[in-house]
Design a protein around this ligand. Sequence first.
Ligand SMILES: [Fe+2]
Length: 481
Amino acid sequence: MTLRNDVVNFAMETEANPYLMGGYAPVHTEITADDLVVIGEIPRDLNGVYVRNGPNPQYQPMGRYHWFDGDGMLHAVHIHDGKVTYRNRWVRTEGYEREAHAGAPIWTGIIEPLTANPRRAPLKDTANTDVVYHNQKLLALWYLSGDPYAVDPITLETLGKETFDGKRPGHVSAHAKVDERTGELIYFDYGPRPPYMTYGVVGPNGQLKHFVPIDLPGARMPHDMAITEHYSILLDLPLIADPSAAREGRHKIVFRRDLPSRFGVIPRYGEANTIRWFEGTPCYMYHTVNAWEDGDEVVLDTCRVAKPAPPDTAVGRLEKMLAYLRLDAQIYRYRFNLRTGQTREERLDDANTEFPTMNTRCLGLQTRYAYNVHISPEKTLLFDGILKYDTQQGTSRAHWFGPHRYGSESPFAPRPHAQTEDDGYLLSFVYDAREDRSELLILNAREISDEPLARVLIPQRVPIGFHACWVPEERLPQPSA
Ligand SMILES: [Fe+2]
């Protein structure tokens, strides 16, 4: 029986990694294409750039591949006056450039032992996870906390590592937050050594203006954070790096269901000793929706994974990866009472949804709507629709992509002079598995269940990927007069 399992796992791990096939397979050509075919009509008041990050290995991976390993590639559509230009470009990270120069892969990924990788960089920082817009540049960010790579928002040319005016003290994790009202970038960094986390605020001009250590009880794997108008919320969740595996040079995470989830509420410019920790049910959170202040309370809407560990039946590293990536998350509302120290947790819906977006103009202020992708029951992570949550009414409405069609994280693009929070559009790259091609979908966010306003055919497949953002035209660098 053991032999049979070994044979099955060997075949799976060497030949049939689903995250290298079909909609996940990398593309090898960087293209620029304009005047794309549009089915429907692009709203004339939708002008800007939708850009999405994701893994796209430059070379056939050495050893077993994890979906998180691939080199970051940005896919962008630039919409102006009803016309669309599509571009895809790799992020020219240090690791990408070293492998390109060698003409071969140098790093193995997180499933393999890291001992054979370059000693000073045991994992390749791929900048493949999120993309945010700050100080007139895109920043490509990495989930294990890495160097932020600055990218031109129009050409997608990599400009180099963002240094915060030469003052960046460490790395930046994937989900930095941009407060569009103040122009600040708020972020955290985490790592294997005390204090295990740091927290920083960068001003609108790109200069670091606040930076403090955050003492955690041990090494953690935080992925996201949240901001309100005056506070930031940092996460200490009991999904942790296995210390014994780390000592052996392996990357392994374990869910410690005997530890509480902890939420650190710190004033935006607070010193380390001003953080207030709130405890809650053991769980994991990949992504928060939004947070705000409500009297004595700080409110957090977030996607919560109740059981982040793979089932005990998962055998082999790749099967464990598949199990980990089969997300099962629900939208929750947390209330942290700054007066009493109490935490209240409330599930808002049962549906399995994640990769939330919202109207980022309201980030940190009370919001009513969240736009989460719905997780398909397929064995790999795929999004088969978008749910628009109305958290005030406690209702949701859906847009389903259709059979064998899978979308991307779908940022909200506000209409100019919008009167309501949901007055705008949602954008998503959709992959059609039967036709093996991709398109851009533009939805009316107010009437999400309606037929798309426009479908734009992309002349090259856009591999399934991670996070995205929308940059309105008026925030893009303006051509000099
Ligand atoms: Fe993420």
